[in-house]
Each structure stands twice: as C-alpha cells, then as structure tokens.
Design a protein around this ligand. Structure first.
Ligand SMILES: Nc1nc2c(ncn2[C@@H]2O[C@H](COP(=O)(O)OP(=O)(O)O)[C@@H](O)[C@H]2O)c(=O)[nH]1
Ligand SMILES: [Mg+2]
Length: 300
C-alpha cells in the first residue's frame, strides 16, 4: 500500500457536540489525503452546523450505529477506512497507530482497545465487566486476542471492507465488523487507546445496554462459522469448577483450623459452582455432538 493512500474516517453522530473538535483535530493529524464522512442522525440545526465544518455529511434514515458506519463506509473512497465515535471519548491517536499497522500489512482490521488505558470514571464498572465478558466470548469463539470488541474506534483496509460490504449489519456495534471479518479469515489485531469520560450529552447507543449486550453475545456465538460449543462451555465449566474447588478448599481449611463448621452459605455456593461447572462441560459435549450430527445431515 502506498504511503499517501487516502484515509476515510467515518464518524457516526446523534447530536454530539464533541464532533467539531474531533473534526478539527483529525484535519491537523492527517493534513493530506483525508476524507471525513459524518453519518448524522440529528436535528436540522445540528446538520447545518455540520455542513459548516467542511466535511461530507450523510443523513441516516434508518437506525443503529452499525448501519450508520456501514453507510459511511459504502460511500468512502479511501484505501484505508476508519471509524471513531463522535462523543470525544476515544483517543484519536489510535487511528494513526491503526493506519500504521494496516499499512504495514500486520492486520486487516485494528480495534482500539479502551482497556489499554482506561481513564478514571470513563466507563462504569458494570459496563466494563460486560464489555470484558463479551470480548472474552468473542476471543474464545474466534480465537483472536481481542480485549475490547465493542470499542468505538477501528481501522481496516479496503480489501477487508470489500469482502463484507454487502452484508446487512445486525445489532452488534463494531463487533459486527469483527465477526464478519473473522469468519472470512481476516487478520484482526488491537492497539491500546485511552478512553475518556463523556463531556457532554448522554449515551445514544441503546435504551438498555443489558439487552444490547445479550444481543451482541448471541450474534457472536450464533454466527461463528466454526462454532465450537465444547471450547466455550468447556472453558466456562472449568472456570466454574476451579472457583468451586477453590472456595471448597478454603471452607475445608477454615473447618480444619477452627474445628467448627460455620460457612454454610459459602459451602452452598461452592457446591453450586461445582455442579454448574459439571453441567456446563456436559452441555458442551452434548452441543458438540448435536453440531456434528447436524453437519453430517447437512452434508448428505
Ligand atoms: N448516526 C448514528 N449515530 C449513532 C447512533 N447510535 C449511536 N450513534 C453515535 O455512535 C457513537 C457511539 O454511541 P454512544 O452513545 O457514545 O455509545 P456508548 O459509548 O456505548 O455509550 C456516538 O458518536 C453516537 O452519537 C445511530 O443510530 N445513528
Ligand atoms: Mg460513547
């Protein structure tokens, strides 16, 4: 890829005030060969303000950030394509780092890992746990070393985009791109970025992040081409078993040292952990068997 290959950056927005600073800074970081495409789902007033920022603006008629980014990508001319949230929470330098990796051919898709340098108070603890768990499921299912599959920053090469440009996006945020590209054998890597607290407005993504998280997880598991239930349920089972035995060991130790048995609640939890662990492993074997049978039937 040539050094002055054009870079297109897609910015999805619903009334984000931080976008104007982002546009200004991106123009400073990439003074040459930059195309900024804002995919806007805001008011008339905001739209007019965007036009004054001298960027390409596409107004989104349907819903969802996945559709917004896809719309922007389909209209992009660059040989390297990127996207960043408009709320000012993502570290812009992640784009340059991702472009470098894509340019060198180290990856086809680079995701900005917000857990690299998470700013204080930038992500609430339960959202962080949810994001980490979802990324772990992605990591295990697709065998990629990714820690933040729901980030708002990515860079990809045109070849990767051409392979998925006709796929209709589903509700999975940027995981949609990571799932589709993993299924097609593209190289996916990450780069650590800083994540900052939102300075204005509220989250626009969804009314319920819990439901959104469940939807994303189900897409990740259902769409895996080489879906491996034994690996997923087996790993989960082992984690449960290890935690159960660890807790059991601790209970036994305190019983031996104190001579009295008081930890009834904890014993129950340890018992449940071990039982669920065993069940999870069994479920993995059964699902694996069913998958094998269905594959054989389909091939006939
Ligand atoms: N065009 C468009 N932008 C969206 C939509 N949903 C979210 N966004 C934008 O996508 C980015 C990420 O959304 P945000 O609300 O910050 O999600 P969060 O960081 O997960 O809370 C922001 O720039 C939003 O303004 C949508 O349906 N259409
Ligand atoms: Mg955000």
């Amino acid at each position: 890829m040539s050094k002055n290959a054009k870079l297109s950056i897609i910015i999805p927005t619903i009334e984000e005030e931080a976008i104007f600073t982002i546009i200004k800074r991106l123009k400073e970081i990439f003074p040459m060969g930059l195309e900024i495409i804002v995919v806007d789902k805001s008011s008339e007033r905001y739209y007019r303000k965007l036009l004054e920022a001298h960027v390409k603006v596409i107004r989104q008629k349907d819903k969802g950030v996945e559709n917004a980014i896809m719309l922007g990508l389909r209209n992009a001319k660059g040989s390297i394509l990127a996207s960043i949230d408009a709320d000012g929470t993502h570290d812009l330098s992640g784009i340059a780092a991702g472009v470098e990796m894509v340019r060198k051919g180290e990856a086809d898709l680079v995701l900005g890992n917000r857990f690299g340098k998470l700013g204080k108070g930038s992500m609430s603890p339960h959202i962080a746990i949810g994001n980490k768990l979802i990324s772990k499921v992605y990591d295990i299912t697709y065998q990629k070393k990714i820690h933040d599959v729901l980030t708002g920053l990515f860079v990809m090469n045109r070849k990767a985009f051409e392979a998925i440009k006709n796929v209709t996006p589903y509700r999975a945020g940027i995981a949609f791109f990571a799932i589709e590209l993993a299924n097609r054998g593209f190289e996916i890597k990450e780069v650590p970025i800083e994540y900052y607290k939102r300075t204005s407005g509220e989250s626009k993504l969804t009314n319920s992040k819990v439901l959104y998280g469940i939807k994303v997880t189900s897409h990740i598991i259902r769409l895996a081409r080489d879906y491996n239930p034994l690996l997923i349920f087996g790993t989960l089972g082992v984690i449960l078993l290890v935690s159960g035995f660890a807790l059991g060991g601790y209970i036994l130790y305190s019983f031996i040292t104190s001579g009295t048995f008081t930890l009834i609640g904890r014993s129950l939890i340890a018992f449940m952990l071990v039982i669920s662990g065993i069940l999870s492993v069994i479920a993995g074997f059964i699902l694996d068997l069913l998958l094998e049978i269905s594959k054989k039937i389909n091939n006939k």
